[in-house]
Design a protein around this ligand. Structure first.
Ligand code: IPD
Length: 270
């Protein structure tokens, strides 16, 4: 057990994130066949499964067993303070609707933040057999193989992933934004997991991504992985990613997508 308050090396945080994400991913994958819908959040389409909670409980327990003084922010259990200067940002199952419908694109995402910066991350996509990992400044990996995102394509040839919020009002505006985006790009994908979308950029499954209304746990871990693979990950008005808007693509394409989205008020609910 580590009870000291020295800043831990990011590699050890990554190793812990990877092993805990793998364990939680296994648990959730086993449970996907027999899931039960327990609760709803902001609207009936926002399903929270029993497994979502069980996976987060397992993640919290494992992280705190190893590092009892760390803080944890999780999608299901909220925030728990710590004293070590390390905060874990956890999404036990990103893509809960896919999970509920037996679809493969859901992920377990775990990021470690030190001094307000994400320094290490793991994203497990168990059904695809993928484990993504990254350390700030040290590159991104999928199943231990280094990742480099493919070069940018022109906007009109970009396959763009996006997602929609759970509230009807937000969705209406997101659909209006899409009316102006769709004719300008190759096509759109709505695959149902921000973590799978962002890590998908790193491996060239999509060329770009944008979404309004994500929470920190949706982008913290996969955002570092994408960034370490050469993807620019940002937010509104040239700033960092935020709940208002996350944009991600190779830098040249990012700029074109940003220019396209700005007048459409994609960072608002219209
Ligand atoms: C959701 C997924 C989805 C995105 C939503 C998220 P959850 O996360 O990432 O792709 O469009 O905005 O809330 O609720 O499945 O963890």
């Amino acid at each position: 057990m580590n009870n000291t308050h020295h800043t831990p090396d990011p590699e050890s945080l990554r190793d812990l994130a990877v092993s805990v994400a793998a364990e939680a991913g296994e648990l959730a994958a086993e449970g996907q066949a027999g899931i039960t819908v327990l609760d709803t959040k902001s609207s009936p389409t926002d399903v929270v499964t029993k497994m979502d909670r069980a996976a987060e409980e397992l993640i919290r327990t494992r992280l705190l067993q190893e590092r009892p003084d760390d803080a944890i922010l999780g999608e299901e259990g909220g925030g728990a303070p710590g004293t070590s200067g390390v905060r874990w940002i956890v999404d036990p199952i990103d893509g809960t609707v896919n999970y509920l419908y037996g679809l493969p694109d859901w992920a377990v995402a775990i990021a470690a933040e030190v001094g307000g910066r994400v320094v290490a991350a793991a994203v497990a996509v168990p059904v695809r057999g993928e484990m993504f990992e990254a350390v700030l400044g040290a590159g991104a990996y999928r199943n231990r193989e280094p990742l480099r995102a493919p070069a940018a394509v022109p906007l009109e040839r970009a396959l763009v992933a996006t997602g929609f919020g759970y509230s009807a009002r937000r969705r209406e505006h997101q659909a209006r934004v899409l009316l102006d985006v769709l004719p300008r790009i190759r096509d759109i994908r709505r695959d149902g997991s921000a973590a799978v979308d962002l890590t998908g950029l790193a491996v060239g499954r999509y060329n770009a991504y944008y979404e309004r209304g994500l929470n920190l746990w949706d982008w913290a871990a996969p955002g570092l992985i994408a960034a370490e693979a050469g993807i620019r990950v940002g937010g509104p008005n040239g700033g960092p990613p935020s709940t208002d808007l996350v944009i991600a693509a190779r830098p040249e394409l990012y700029e074109d997508l940003e220019v396209l989205l700005a007048p459409l008020a994609a960072d608002t609910d219209g």
